[in-house]
Design a protein around this ligand. Sequence first.
Ligand code: NI
Length: 253
Amino acid sequence: MIFESHAHYDDKAFDEDREALLRQMPEKGIGGIVNVSASVEGIRDTLALAGKYPFVYAAVGIHPDEAGSLDDEAFAWIRGQCDRDKVVAVGEIGLDYYWDKESHDIQKYWFERQLELAREKGLPVIIHSREAAQDTMDIMREKAQGLPGVIHCFSYSPEMAKEYVRMGYYIGVGGVVTFKNAKKLKETVQQVPLERILLETDCPYLAPVPYRGKRNCSLYLPYVVKEIAGLKGVSLEEVTETTERNARALYGL
Ligand code: NI
């Protein structure tokens, strides 16, 4: 079955039909979902979803856009949440110089603290990095040696993807790979072994063609599977099974 490695079902875009949508996932071929939090409130909602649905797991962490809301007290609370049932990763954490909502120093500080937290708790990391290629790589080299994880919604060069693979990381691939102009990502998928690729939506964002621009959800992942299968010249089953095995290995499921 398809394993969805990165979703945001706590997002308000799902307020209208969250229950109805999530309930039908297993019968529609989605075997597991990691809901990834971005804020303190998001962590609460993510844990509630994981408590409610047997196939939903939780990642707890603070997105770089929200790094300014962190302090030692909030961080101590997050540390405690890492010990809860069904928490499988620390994330999403990283650097975002595209939206640039927080100073780079603040982003880097909390990125590093959360990497240390993952190490302390023995959890893998889910990395968000946008227009911050070099700083992310520098911090990963310095602070994340030996720490398992995924570079989610990968948007850099095939060369950098291969470097992350050499460091032991997985590459998260979602709807963008179906976009006509996504030349770099298509090349990345061709050059990285399938054994290092995870399927993800980042929903409600980044819906694949033919739903580009609409609200995304895990039910559209077959379009991503089909694109990856075409790019790599393998069957749909091989993409589905291998990426599920990859995700379960990373998240310890
Ligand atoms: Ni995300």
